[in-house]
Ligand binder design. Structure first.
Ligand code: KDG
Length: 326
C-alpha cells in the first residue's frame, strides 16, 4: 500500500448473498445467483467507484466463499490486507426472498451465526492501520454479531476518535440479529456521537422509543453530531446540520425491478463521496438518491453502483424530464 493518507476504512462482515432468479417464496426457486454483499463492503465499493481509496477489517472462512469475497473486493480495488482467513469458522451467507409477501419488498434470511466474521475481536483492529485513513465508517450491524464484534467496533471507534479520523455511523438496526432491542439501544448509543450519522425513520423509532421522528432527529444532533442524514425511501432523503439547517430532496422515481437491498449503502457512498468532494449537502442528497435508485433496478447490492459519469447522466436526464428533483 502507498504511504499517503487513505480515505475510508471500515470493519464488518462481508457475506455471500444468494439471490433467486425468480421472485416469490424461497421454497420454490431452483436457481440462485451469488453476489458479494454486506453493508460496510457495499459502501466501500461505492466509494471506490467514485474515486476514493478504501480498506476493510474483517474475517472470512477458509473456504471457497471466503476466497470469492477476497477476490471480488480486490477486483473492486479495496485493500484486503486486514481480512483474516479464519480456519475454524465458515464465511457467512444469506438468502433474499424478493417481492413476497409484499410486492416491491424483500426479506433476508441469514445463515451467519457463528461465522468467521462473528468471531472478530479487538485483536483484529490494528491501530496503525486505522491511523492511515481519513475516516472510519461503522454500522449497527457488526456490533450485533457478537460481544467480541461489539468490542472490536468500539476499539476502532475509539482509535479513530483519538487519532482525529472522521467517524461515520449508519445505524442499520437489524432486528433479526439483535433480537433484544434494549441491547441494540444500549450498545449503539456510543456510535450515535459520530461526526456523520446516517439512518432512517424505522431505526430512529427503535433507538428513540416513543418520540416523534422530529424529536429523535434533534436528539441525535444534540449528541454533538455534525451532520445527520435520514433516508426516507420513496420520500427521498433529508439532512440536518449541527446548526439545525435542514435540507430535503425528493427521491428518484424508479420501479423496484429487482430488490431494494443495498440501496441505503449506495446512497451513503454517493452522499459521502459528494460531501468529501465539497459538493453542497442538497446536491449530495440528490447524488445519494440517484445511486440508491440505480441499485434497486438490478440484483446484487453493488453491481449497479455508479461512477461520477453515471450519476451526472442520471441527474441530467431527470432534470430534462422535469422529474421531481428540485
Ligand atoms: O445493506 C445491505 C445489507 O443489509 C446486506 O448486504 C446484508 O450486511 C447485510 C446485513 O447484515 O443485513
Amino acid at each position: 500500500m502507498i504511504n499517503t493518507q487513505l480515505d475510508f476504512v471500515s470493519i464488518g462482515e462481508v457475506l455471500i448473498q444468494l439471490n433467486p432468479l425468480s421472485p416469490g417464496p424461497l421454497r420454490y426457486p431452483k436457481l440462485f445467483e451469488t453476489h458479494v454483499a454486506g453493508s460496510e463492503a457495499n459502501m466501500l465499493i461505492g466509494l471506490r467507484k467514485l474515486g476514493y481509496t478504501a480498506g476493510i477489517i474483517s474475517r472470512v472462512g477458509n473456504d471457497e466463499f471466503g476466497q470469492m469475497i477476497i477476490s471480488f473486493l480486490r477486483g473492486e480495488g479495496i485493500d484486503t490486507s486486514k481480512i483474516f482467513v479464519d480456519p475454524e469458522a465458515p464465511t457467512g451467507v444469506y438468502f433474499i426472498q424478493r417481492h413476497y409477501p409484499i410486492p416491491g419488498q424483500s426479506t433476508v434470511f441469514y445463515y451467519r451465526h457463528g461465522s468467521a466474521a462473528s468471531r472478530m475481536s479487538p485483536d483484529d483492529v490494528d491501530e496503525d492501520y486505522i491511523k492511515k485513513f481519513r475516516a472510519l465508517i461503522i454500522t449497527g450491524i457488526t456490533p450485533a454479531l457478537s460481544d467480541s464484534c461489539y468490542y472490536a467496533v468500539k476499539k476502532a471507534y475509539e482509535v479513530a476518535t483519538r487519532e482525529g479520523l472522521d467517524t461515520i455511523f449508519d445505524t442499520n438496526v437489524r432486528v433479526k440479529l439483535w433480537k433484544d432491542l434494549n441491547k441494540a439501544r444500549e450498545k449503539l448509543a456510543l456510535f450515535l456521537k459520530s461526526k456523520i450519522v446516517l439512518t432512517n425513520s424505522e431505526d430512529l423509532a427503535v433507538l428513540f422509543t416513543g418520540v416523534s421522528l422530529e424529536e429523535a432527529m434533534y436528539r441525535v444532533i444534540d449528541l454533538g453530531v455534525e451532520l445527520l442524514v435520514i433516508k426516507l425511501g420513496e420520500e427521498g432523503s433529508l439532512a440536518i446540520t449541527k446548526n439545525y439547517e435542514i435540507f430535503k430532496v425528493q427521491a428518484f422515481k424508479v420501479p423496484v425491478v429487482e430488490d431494494v437491498i443495498g440501496a441505503g449503502d449506495a446512497f451513503n457512498a454517493a452522499f459521502l463521496a459528494s460531501v468529501y468532494k465539497g459538493i453542497s449537502i442538497e446536491d449530495a442528497l440528490r447524488y445519494g438518491n440517484a445511486a440508491g435508485a440505480l441499485v434497486i433496478t438490478t440484483r446484487g447490492d453493488v453491481e449497479s453502483q455508479p461512477t461520477w459519469d453515471t450519476l451526472e447522466l442520471l441527474i441530467k436526464k431527470a432534470k430534462k424530464e422535469q422529474s421531481l428533483i428540485r
